[in-house]
Design a protein around this ligand. Structure first.
Ligand code: ZN
Length: 83
């Protein structure tokens, strides 16, 4: 999996639409690639700000923007390795 793949798969990943094998590869990449972790953090921040700005207009979708548990672990693992 490359950084480009991670960005391409990001939406599907966050929507829970990636097959298990791809999801595992995605999380493995994040655990070793700080730049993708940073990208993801930036992306999530943008989503959060977007929802704040357009929250009254967007349809209710509890799953949207939710962070899967495995992803949180991958990010924490990446941070630990850098520290
Ligand atoms: Zn990467």
């Amino acid at each position: 999996l490359t950084c480009r793949n991670v960005i391409e798969f990001l939406m599907a990943y966050l929507d829970g639409e990636l097959p298990a094998a791809q999801r595992a590869a995605f999380e493995r990449h994040l655990s070793v690639c700080p730049s993708c972790v940073n990208y993801l953090a930036t992306y999530r921040e943008a989503v959060r700000l977007g929802r704040t700005a357009f929250g009254n207009l967007a349809p209710a979708s509890p799953a949207q923007g939710a962070v899967p548990e495995g992803l949180v672990r991958a990010i924490l693992a990446a941070r630990r390795e850098r520290a």
